[in-house]
Design a protein around this ligand. Structure first.
Ligand code: NDP
Length: 429
């Protein structure tokens, strides 16, 4: 990839943007022509086969975040999102972080967890002993239920058992839960894991005398964790009248608040997920699965907390770290079907699942830095409302060149709302 052609990407027209992607060697001429002529929306035929009672598509804009340097690799990141300013903020943050060495990531082994949850186990301690003694038999049966993943080098690798104690105050009995730890290779693995869990349940019932109430994966993917770190010297943090040291210290304090205050933590983490979700959607992955797991992870200490941490290191630099459970895939689900997901894969240069995790967690950290930096300096509204002006202009009925004209005028008004946008448009026409 030659990113020289992507400089000032935001200033290019739509056609110039696509042409720049060809020059940068991210797209072939043919791919670019297809994109210009056909776009990336789902056709009716594909849509009808994807869900039930299909009546049409609900589109989101697909844009590109620029300037990302992730593990020394320049990366252009497709994001599907309706919220203005997210892509601009990610690109802005990535530029600062990129000029300071970029993002460094660590990705754990990608193990998914499947659960068989048993009720009515009369002798839990005996049942646990039997399950543990039959570990290999259970793993073998799980792998026999989905042999193709074993051929690919994955499969059920480990077993553990958890006894959930009864809670008489809520009239809840005890449950015995068998976990399988499963390597699903390049897939997110929901269907692979669920097939295995349904495959082993009868054997576990016979072993324990219990009844399998639930046989499904856990979306709390605590064995599929990606971590990104960045280090930013203070001279890169100066903003308006604020010195780099001031910005650094305030970012650290803002992150501390999000660590101790759940009300702030939810908003802090929402900012992180602005970026993560947009890439999860663009890549055709299951964003509900990622959202559910990430927020459980944020509450793993017993209190809902910030997902990221920021501190000052010995050199006085600002250091940010973000860890997320990211059970995503590069195959399966809609990934190979949705035209936008297929294009995203090309633009991301065909990442494997670990690399996609690295990209996702880096985007989350960039988004978090952009939000914190804005919050502790000018406030979030300055950049946000500038971009929101365009949405208001469109809502007011502006078309073509009118959109920029109305948006520009709106930025100079004291009440940036739909009524004002309509008044500006009326004056134009
Ligand atoms: P799929 O059911 O599409 O399965 C992926 C398949 O891809 C594998 O079974 C495998 O089939 C094939 N494959 C090809 N190459 C590879 C490779 N290198 N590594 C791994 N597999 C490969 O997808 P998932 O099992 O990943 O399930 C994801 C879907 O399940 C998503 O759509 C999700 O929304 C949905 N889902 C989610 C749930 C949840 O999150 N709770 C619950 C139920 C469904 P083969 O080896 O046979 O060729």
């Amino acid at each position: 990839m030659n990113t020289d052609y992507l400089a000032k990407f935001y200033k290019k027209t739509y056609t110039e943007k696509i042409d720049a992607l060809v020059k940068a060697e991210l797209l072939t001429e043919l791919q670019a022509d297809n994109l210009k002529s056909e776009g990336v929306d789902l056709g009716q035929e594909i849509g009808e086969h994807m869900i039930e009672n299909y009546i049409g598509n609900y589109s989101l804009p697909l844009g590109l975040a620029m300037n990302f340097l992730i593990d020394d690799q320049e990366t252009v990141i497709p994001m599907a999102i309706e919220e203005p300013s997210v892509i601009a903020a990610a690109s802005f943050a990535a530029k600062i972080i990129g000029s300071a060495g970029g993002f460094t990531t660590v990705v754990s082994e990608r193990m998914m967890i499947g659960q068989v949850t048993l009720k009515n186990v009369t002798e839990p301690s005996t049942a646990i002993k039997k399950i543990k003694a039959s570990k290999q038999e259970i793993l073998d049966r799980a792998n026999e239920a989905h042999p193709s993943i074993v051929k690919r080098g994955g499969g059920a690798k480990e077993l553990s058992v958890r006894l959930l104690e009864s809670d008489p105050s809520e009239n809840i009995p005890s449950f015995l839960v068998v976990h399988l730890h499963i390597d699903t290779q390049e897939a997110m693995g929901a269907n692979i894991v669920n097939t295995m869990m349904e495959g082993i349940a009868p054997y576990i019932e016979a072993l324990t005398g219990g009844t399998a109430l639930l046989r499904i994966l856990s979306n709390y993917a605590t064995e599929c964790i990606a971590t990104a770190t960045c280090t930013i010297p203070t001279h890169k943090l100066t903003s308006g009248q604020f010195s780099g040291e001031e910005v650094r210290d305030k970012v650290v304090e803002a992150a501390q608040v999000a660590w101790v205050d759940p009300y702030r933590a939810v908003t802090h983490n929402k900012g992180i997920m602005n970026g993560v979700d947009a890439v999860v959607v663009a890549s055709g992955n299951d964003w509900r699965a990622i959202e559910a797991g990430v927020h459980a992870f944020a509450a793993r200490s017993g209190q809902y907390r910030a997902l990221s941490k920021w501190h000052k290191d010995e050199a006085g630099d600002l250091v940010g770290t973000l860890s997320l459970p990211l059970p995503i895939g590069t195959v399966g689900g809609s990934i190979g079907i949705h035209p936008a997901a297929k294009l995203s894969k090309i633009l991301l240069q065909e990442p494997d699942a670990k690399r996609l995790e690295s990209i996702l967690v880096s985007v989350g950290l960039a988004q978090n830095f952009a939000a914190l930096r804005a919050l502790v300096t000018d406030g979030i509204q300055k950049g946000h409302m500038g971009l929101h002006a365009r949405s208001l202009a469109i809502s007011a009925g502006a078309k073509g060149e009118q959109i920029e004209q109305v948006a520009e005028s709106l930025k100079h008004t004291s009440h940036m709302n739909l009524q004002t946008a309509k008044a500006i448009l009326e004056n134009l026409t």
